[in-house]
Design a protein around this ligand. Structure first.
Ligand code: ADP
Length: 517
């Protein structure tokens, strides 16, 4: 199926557009997916930390509540004689109890231990923290343990208390004052295992250290929680020991993902740019080929019509004067010469395009070859009003070269100088010997070549974009062939040109007197 050119362009633009959109969408989603996945991992870790902290708080709470139950079971208010031994047993048990007070709600002094000079200070300190007005006795359910926990100025006073009724109906408030150091030792026992992997601390509401130093709150993985009913003035803080690495790891992972996504996007865009450039070149080449065909047809048509016209005049015998006839013969000869040069160029170009090289290297006297070619061309050039100058150094050696190829390259340069000379019709041909090379230069004072075009003029089918060039006949293959000729000889073509001042093309051929390159 043949697809029109315009449609081809549309298809390529649409394909590039689709690739851009789909790769952008792909990058967007993969980035969001990876970020989402990292967030899930982060959330899972945070949740497991929260769970761990809450579990530990729960374990400690349970331990205190279990102690309460044991203390409640050990207390019997009915037998005052037994109180001292009962209290001693409670203090001795592993319940963190420092002192037990039995109070009568209506009395200012303890029922047990009996108020005395020895317990004066201890009792005073206890009463300062355990204020009955704070307790709201009416709301207490008999037998149920309650807790009182205080802030730092009160030395984190902690007590369990319960209302008990004796058989005789008398009510006692039983207070178990806890030992701070023993409570801390209990916390340590429960939290020690955790500290291999976590920084654990207990602080009060003002972030004063109670157990270990306060933990930095800055981390994403930091978690803190209060003890709900027992040590309710304290907060447990927890953060993984390697939190800095964890955060850095997540950040690095994110950066790495972002880097690879950006890199692959970049590569896609670069490849698209390559595709675009290649496609543009292809399009240009196609356009050049098309104009090449019309240029070549035109170039062949002009001499052909001249030949036909003058030969017709001659055949009809309309020309009486000998000099006129001679001039017409010369025109026919020159135009057929031009045609055969063009056809040679085309054949050579066809070989070049197919990669076939016909080299017929032999000992060549370049100076003689150039002079002969100039003579063949001189009449035509001078007829067009050109001043032609030739200088050849006397020490030009014979070199090993393909004479036909060199002639063709030389004619191409000469022809260009004629075509692009404009009003200043002066051409100089110079043959010199430089360091190991023969330089054959064709110099004109014509329109010149801009620096931006200087490289492109050697491309196949390339023709200058100036209107002055466009109106001159040409096929855009002359310089490509000339360059190729230079290259098969191991040489090059040099250009010096200035817009509006003229150009100098030099065919530089290495001096080789025998084959072997
Ligand atoms: P053509 O002459 O058929 O266009 P060439 O390959 O011989 O093709 O030359 C390529 C282009 O190089 C020309 O179209 C022209 O723009 C530029 N050029 C070549 N020779 C000269 C020159 N002597 N002066 C100015 N421009 C030149």
């Amino acid at each position: 199926m043949k697809i029109p050119l315009a449609n081809n362009t549309l298809i390529i633009i649409a394909a590039i557009g689709l690739i851009v959109v789909s790769s952008a969408a792909l990058s967007f989603f993969s980035y969001h997916y990876t970020v989402g996945r990292e967030n899930v991992a982060e959330t899972t870790l945070t949740q497991s930390i929260i769970k761990l902290a809450l579990q530990n708080i729960d374990r400690l709470e349970q331990r205190i509540l279990d102690n309460d139950r044991i203390m409640a079971a050990m207390i019997d208010v009915n037998d005052p004689l037994n109180w001292p031994s009962m209290v001693e047993a409670i203090k001795d048990a592993d319940l963190n109890v420092e002192q037990v007070y039995l109070l009568r709600p209506e009395s200012n002094y303890p029922v047990f231990p009996q108020y005395s000079y020895e317990i004066r200070n201890q009792w005073g300190a206890f009463r300062k923290n355990f204020d009955l007005k704070e307790i709201e006795l009416e709301r207490l359910v008999p037998g149920q343990p309650y807790h009182l926990h205080k802030e730092k100025p009160n030395n984190y006073f902690f007590a369990t208390y319960m209302l008990r009724e004796g058989r005789d109906g008398s009510r006692y408030l039983v207070c178990f004052q806890m030992n701070f150091d023993k409570i801390i030792a209990m916390l340590d026992k429960y939290l020690r295992d955790l500290q291999d992997r976590f920084y654990v601390s207990i602080v009060d509401f003002e972030n004063n250290a109670v157990y270990n130093q306060p933990v930095s709150r800055s981390s994403t993985y930091f978690f803190e929680s209060r003890f709900p009913t027992t040590l309710y003035k304290w907060i447990l803080q927890i953060v993984p020991r390697n939190y800095a690495e964890l955060q850095l790891g997540v950040r690095n992972q994110r950066l790495t993902n972002l880097f690879f996504i950006t890199l692959s996007m970049l590569l896609i865009f670069i490849s698209l740019a390559f595709i675009y450039v290649g496609w543009q070149r292809d399009r240009q080449l196609r356009q050049m080929k098309e104009s090449f065909i019309s240029n070549v047809s035109h170039e062949l048509k002009t001499p052909l019509s001249l030949i036909r016209m003058f030969s017709e005049i001659l055949v009809l015998g309309k020309v009486n004067r000998d000099d006129k006839r001679l001039e017409y013969y010369r025109i026919i000869h020159n135009e057929s010469d031009r045609m055969s040069r063009l056809i040679d160029n085309l054949l050579d170009f066809a070989n070049l395009a197919q990669g076939i090289e016909y080299k017929h290297f032999e000992k060549t006297d370049i100076a003689r070859l150039v002079t002969k070619a100039m003579e063949a061309y001189r009449y035509e050039i001078q007829k067009q009003g050109f001043q032609l100058k030739m200088t050849a150094a006397s020490d030009i050696p014979e070199i090993f070269a393909d004479p036909n190829a060199i002639t063709m390259a030389f004619f191409n340069l000469l022809d260009n100088s004629v075509k692009y000379s404009g009003e200043r019709k002066y051409i100089e041909v110079r043959l010199e010997k430089t360091d190991g090379f023969l330089d054959l230069s064709v110099i004109d004072k014509g329109i010149g070549i801009s620096p931006s075009e200087r490289q492109k003029i050697f491309d196949k089918f390339y023709r200058g974009s100036e209107p002055a060039i466009r109106k001159v006949r040409g096929s855009g293959i002359g310089l490509a062939i000339t360059k190729h000729v230079a290259e098969i000889h191991g040489g090059e073509v040099l250009v010096h040109s200035e817009v509006g001042k003229g150009s100098e093309f030099t065919l530089r051929i290495p001096i080789r007197e025998a084959p072997g390159f």
